[in-house]
Design a protein around this ligand. Structure first.
Ligand SMILES: Nc1ncnc2c1ncn2[C@@H]1O[C@H](COP(=O)(O)OP(=O)(O)O)[C@@H](O)[C@H]1O
Ligand SMILES: [Mg+2]
Length: 238
């Protein structure tokens, strides 16, 4: 079967005020359907740049990238918005929720865009929130929740349209170890259910949950190795 993610010699250069930054200098790898991959590397190594390209939020400067066999330049802007809505689930370090909007309405947002009827939106949002253990928080606003709970809302929102791939950029970066473990528990479960996950982290204990770990340094892949013993459950829960 064709890999869901195909990256071939991708380069990204930012041009700002006559300064060129070579954020990615020729990166190649594949991700198969159903794989759970962690991307590691020091700050500034190009991880977020790479994830933006993988999530069709940005164009490569050079090289080829295909998601599900499709390249970003096959779509115009409205089509791209639709592809992002339907195929891609994004989870960010800072949660990126609407702070004055209830939990359930935050999770429903991608469905409203997809033109799904209001009654059905409620039903689907409740199912997604149940999956992340937040059925008792539907009418709270994000500011009334802990960081870990807010990230669970963001995961429910990312899942709501049943995307082909879930991309997460340091999803535990703002959380304590215990909440981080709970988030990784959820990602592990989603992986068991067949979801494809690409997750950025610079914490080895988080990367250990993945089946494969890609290390990036200075915009290049330093290593790309199978993790023979991915952990299914957090290590220190006592
Ligand atoms: N929009 C941008 N304009 C200019 N330079 C950028 C931009 N985004 C990132 N960079 C630079 O590209 C490099 C890689 O950044 P990034 O992908 O955010 O790294 P990481 O996520 O690994 O910390 C850094 O040197 C960063 O300063
Ligand atoms: Mg980053």
């Amino acid at each position: 079967m064709r890999p869901i993610i195909e990256v071939k010699n991708v380069k990204k250069t930012y041009f700002n005020d006559e300064v060129e930054t070579h954020a990615l200098r020729g990166v190649s790898f594949d991700v198969k359907q159903g794989e759970f991959v962690a991307i590691m590397g020091p700050s500034g190594s190009g991880k977020s740049t790479l994830l933006h390209i993988l999530g069709f939020l940005d164009h490569p400067t050079k090289g080829k990238y295909r998601l599900d066999g499709k390249s970003i330049d096959q779509f115009d802007e409205p089509e791209l918005a639709w592809v992002r809505n339907q195929k891609i689930g994004f989870v960010f370090q800072m949660f990126n929720l609407l702070n004055r909007t209830t939990v359930i309405d935050n999770v429903k947002l991608p469905l409203a865009y997809a033109g799904i009827k209001n009654g059905e939106q409620d039903e689907l949002a409740k199912i997604a929130l149940e999956k992340v253990g937040l059925s008792h928080r539907l009418d709270h606003t994000p500011s009334q929740l802990s960081g870990g709970e807010q990230q669970r809302v963001a995961i429910a929102r990312a899942l709501i349209n049943e995307p082909s791939v879930i991309f997460a950029d340091e999803p535990t970066g703002n959380l304590d170890t215990k909440s981080g473990n709970q988030i990784m528990d959820i990602f592990s479960r989603l992986h068991d259910e067949g979801h494809t996950i690409v997750l950025i982290t610079h914490e080895p204990y988080i990367a250990r949950f993945a089946q494969r770990i890609i290390n990036i340094k200075d915009g290049l892949i330093a290593s790309n190795k199978t993790n023979h013993k991915p952990i299914k459950k957090p290590i220190s829960r006592r």
